[in-house]
Design a protein around this ligand. Structure first.
Ligand SMILES: NC(=O)c1ccc[n+]([C@@H]2O[C@H](COP(=O)([O-])OP(=O)(O)OC[C@H]3O[C@@H](n4cnc5c(N)ncnc54)[C@H](OP(=O)(O)O)[C@@H]3O)[C@@H](O)[C@H]2O)c1
Length: 313
């Protein structure tokens, strides 16, 4: 049986992740075979890998080169540089990816930069689109030093919003500022953020007090898009403050959102912004996938602000 290398959960390895041999993939009619050159890490898949059984294969974000185009003629041709998104098991040197989850990338965009776009970039893109036009409207983004957060601040700024960003600690404020935030608040301080509200849209990924504060800062028909609970899912809030603003709480899961607008479309939008120099990848750390366990530990321990990208070597 043909074998390839892939990242698997190995409870004996550093960070519970290691590169091992697995069965080679075969492509369905609407899938292209991709030779992967770079992958990116997300907090969500690291969290899952920490609890998963031995042998489970994580991974969502990849960039590489089409080795064989899809048999049905859809999608990029052989030799094209692409970025791709899979719901699981994407961290491998060779992958069959549905063409509806692939977008071509120009030579001006590195594989590393492109690999950061799928989960972090698409989450920011789709979440910001949930409540209509942002032109001239106040938008609050929590977790703004993270991968999603740094993309979201940039994209909200591009959309014409007045962007208020929350970061958890002072030394991380510069990340939100560098992305173009109009105001940066430290410590998810409800009082501080309310000075610039009430908000048309809030992107919330912290949970606990941060989510409680978000729910009290919406303007009428404002929306809080909840896509993460990095601190805690437990929330106590005064429900009267929420419904007096007649706001909306939207539960966001990227895997559902790509059924509304395909990953191919979302990625193509992000790639065009990046190619035009209007969106930059918030890469903080580069390395080799042979050390993925070490990098996963650092991300989990909140030592990294922004994206980790690893090359396949
Ligand atoms: N629903 C979905 O489809 C979806 C999609 C993408 C992401 N997510 C979730 O969204 C969250 C953000 O993802 P990401 O990839 O951007 O993660 P990330 O790069 O690790 O960023 C996490 C952000 O949250 C902050 N944070 C983490 N723990 C915190 C805590 N205990 N208290 C306060 N702030 C805390 C971090 O602040 P520091 O800089 O201080 O560490 C950072 O700004 C994750 O929980 C992820 O699972 C969900």
């Amino acid at each position: 049986m043909n074998q390839i290398r892939a990242v698997v959960v190995d409870p004996t390895a550093s960070g519970r992740l290691a590169v091992r041999n697995v069965a080679a993939p075969s492509a369905g009619g609407s899938e292209a075979m991709i030779r992967v050159r770079a992958i990116s890490l997300n907090l969500g898949e690291i969290r899952r890998a920490r609890a998963a059984q031995a042998g489970w294969r994580p991974g969502w974000d990849v960039a590489g080169v089409v080795e064989a185009a899809a048999a049905d003629g859809s999608g990029p041709k052989a030799g094209a540089r692409v970025v791709g998104f899979l719901p699981v098991a994407a961290w491998a040197e060779l992958l069959a990816i549905p063409t509806g989850s692939l977008a071509a990338i120009p030579d001006s965009i590195s594989f590393e930069a492109a690999a950061t776009l799928p989960v972090a970039g698409m989450t920011a893109l789709y979440a910001l689109g949930k409540n209509g036009s942002l032109l001239g409207r106040p938008v609050l983004i929590t977790g703004a030093s993270g991968g999603v957060g740094q993309f979201a601040v940039q994209l909200a700024q591009l959309s014409g919003a007045r962007v208020v960003a929350c970061v958890s600690r002072a030394e991380r404020a510069k990340y939100a500022r560098d992305c173009g935030a109009d105001e940066v608040l430290v410590g998810n301080d409800p009082e501080g953020a309310s000075r610039f509200g009430p908000y048309h849209l809030i992107l919330e990924s912290i949970g606990g007090k941060s989510l409680a504060a978000a729910l009290s800062m919406l303007r009428p028909a404002g929306m809080c898009v909840l896509f993460g609970t990095s601190d805690t899912p437990e929330v106590t809030f005064d429900a009267r403050q929420f419904y007096s603003g007649a706001g909306i709480l939207y539960g966001f899961i990227l895997f559902d959102e790509v059924k509304r607008e395909s990953a191919a479309q979302g990625l193509a939008r992000l790639v065009s912004l990046m190619a035009a120099g209007r969106l930059r990848s918030p890469i903080e750390v580069r390395g080799s996938w042979n050390e993925i366990g070490k990098f996963a530990e650092r991300l989990w321990n909140r030592e990294i602000a922004g994206k980790v990208v690893l090359s396949i070597d």
